[in-house]
Design a protein around this ligand. Structure first.
Ligand code: NAD
Length: 495
């Protein structure tokens, strides 16, 4: 019998009011049911928002250092359960164990950062232009935060949002992706065990169109923190504007790695293998394009193909496996359709390009790591996010040309340059239009204490991670204290 999961609303585990459910299965072996989850609707969201609103009154008055203590405990519990959480995540969404351990570790790092932020949460003071007057700006909580997340970092991404939101004094209505509801439930269980009071965190499972929409449209939800595709992000932006909610959008990417002739070729090769095929290419920061200087193009492609053909595909729980399955059938279909589009537009497959045929792979959503050459900047596989194990190789004449190709997309999340030329590296840092640039490192590798996010249609200007995210989850309140005993008119009495 598959394990039955529930929503957590107002301090209680409850079924969806409709009684409906959905199943979640292991993408490496679809015979294995991970669990049965409530298929919630607007009414469940209403209950969750009501609960979060009620709990906000006490939570906002809980001292920030106390809220931080709870988050530190959350970090301790995650450390104790790291292996269990990582295995659950690999079973649920397929990426290999080393990577799910990294995903959990990112949550741990975020918990400890948030824990210490409880004793900072700094405001500002500034001198007044008038005598006997004191000016300061302090951070205050905002209210009920709607948290909507994708499946590719099912622990890290929710923690990037929920921990700073809680630390700032907000309460939560959380809708995880329906491909990773078990990992999300484990996170909520940890928050409860660490002492988060009743009603402060609520989780509502279900589909984006139903539950996600209901959260975004709810008049009593004050802010939305969303990570997912650019298409859905645009819809959320429009919908949330009706109630003028604060909205943070972390969206798609089409990240590129440039390799110059003076680079360390072996290092650049390790970088692109990890960047393109880690998490089966299903990372917002995955290397989807490789831009090679024409002088090294042929030699580098030869080295690359040899290594890609040796990548071991399989169940992410098994030792020695490099690449797991796609998360679900739709995602694999998307990958296959982009492979067809690439071929139709004149690109050439030099590795992979197919669903593996041997019986080991029969019950999972596997796809062979794929490399295209002869890709032109105008090809769809050079422009659109594929979100799978497909790498498009492009050729450039110079560093400036490579940067121009890199910038030629609607996205701007991550980017990478391999070179030993320090002048070229600094020019690239200046001219690449992306939220993140790596020099001599792959496009993936964010650290929890640094700002994370993108430019152009990758987002709407907010950042997660580090100190920057606290600006999103708190409101600035400006306070003037006049201790002169008389009416002092700024700009008038003093000038
Ligand atoms: P998705 O946009 O399909 O779904 C994301 C979440 O939104 C899910 O919980 C989904 O149920 C919900 N949702 C769907 N429709 C909705 C609606 N109309 N209203 C409200 N919520 C709705 O994305 P996905 O397939 O889960 O994740 C992959 C995408 O996420 C990729 O585009 C990837 O680049 C992006 N991503 C971005 C970042 C980043 O930080 N920039 C990080 C990870 C993933």
């Amino acid at each position: 019998m598959a394990k039955k999961f529930r929503n957590y609303i107002n301090g209680k585990w409850v079924d969806a009011l409709s009684g409906q459910t959905f199943e979640n299965r292991n993408p490496a072996n679809w015979d294995e049911v991970i669990g049965v989850f409530p298929k919630s609707s607007k009414e469940d969201v209403n209950d969750a928002v009501k609960s979060a609103r009620k709990a906000f009154e006490a939570w906002r008055l809980t001292p920030a250092p106390k809220r931080g203590d709870i988050l530190r405990k959350v970090g301790d519990l995650m450390v104790a359960k790291k292996e269990e959480l990582s295995r659950q995540m690999t079973k649920e969404m397929g990426k290999v164990l080393a990577e799910t351990r990294g995903d959990v570790q990112e949550g741990i790092d975020t918990a400890y950062y948030a824990g210490t932020e409880g004793r900072r949460l700094f405001g500002h003071t500034a001198p007044s232009e008038l005598s006997n007057k004191f000016n300061m700006a302090i951070r205050v909580p905002i209210g009920v935060a709607g948290i909507v997340t994708p499946w590719n970092f099912p622990m890290a991404i929710p923690t990037w949002k929920i921990f700073p939101a809680l630390l700032c004094g907000n309460t939560i209505v959380f809708k995880p992706a329906s491909d990773t509801p078990a990992t999300a439930t484990s996170l909520v269980e940890i928050l409860i065990e660490a002492g988060v009071p009743e009603g402060v965190v609520n989780i509502v499972h279900g589909g984006g169109g139903e539950v996600g929409n209901a959260i975004v449209g709810h008049p009593d939800v004050d802010l939305i923190s969303f990570t997912g595709s650019t298409g859905v992000g645009k819809k959320i932006s429009v919908m949330a504007s009706e109630t003028l909610k604060r909205v943070s959008l972390e969206l798609g990417g089409k990240n590129a790695q440039i390799v110059m002739p003076d680079a360390d070729m072996e290092l650049a090769l390790e970088g692109v293998l990890w960047g393109a095929f880690g998490t089966t290419g299903q990372r917002c920061t995955a290397t989807s394009r490789l831009i090679l200087h024409e002088k090294i193009h042929d030699e580098f492609v030869k080295m690359l193909v040899k290594r890609v053909e040796n990548l071991k595909l399989g169940d992410g729980l098994k030792k020695g496996v490099d690449v797991g399955p796609c998360v679900n059938e739709d995602q694999r279909k998307t990958v296959q359709s982009y492979v067809e589009i690439g071929l139709e537009q004149g690109a050439k497959i030099v590795a992979g390009g197919e669903i593996p045929k041997d019986s080991n792979f029969k019950k999972g959503w596997f796809y062979r790591p794929t490399v295209f050459t002869n890709v032109k900047p105008e090809h769809r596989i050079a422009k659109e996010e594929i979100f799978g194990p497909v790498l498009s190789v492009l050729k450039a004449k110079s560093l400036d040309h490579a940067i121009q190709i890199l910038n030629d997309t609607i996205y701007g999340l991550s980017s990478s340059l391999y070179t030993r030329d320090v002048n070229g590296a600094f020019r690239a840092i200046r001219d690449i239009k992306a939220g993140i640039t790596y020099i001599n490192a792959p496009t993936i590798g964010a650290e929890a204490h640094m700002p994370f996010g993108g430019v152009k249609q990758t987002g709407n200007g907010h950042r997660e991670g580090g100190w920057a995210v606290y600006d999103f989850f708190s409101e600035w309140k400006t306070v003037y204290i006049d201790y002169s005993g008389g009416l002092q008119r700024a700009q008038i009495d003093n000038y």
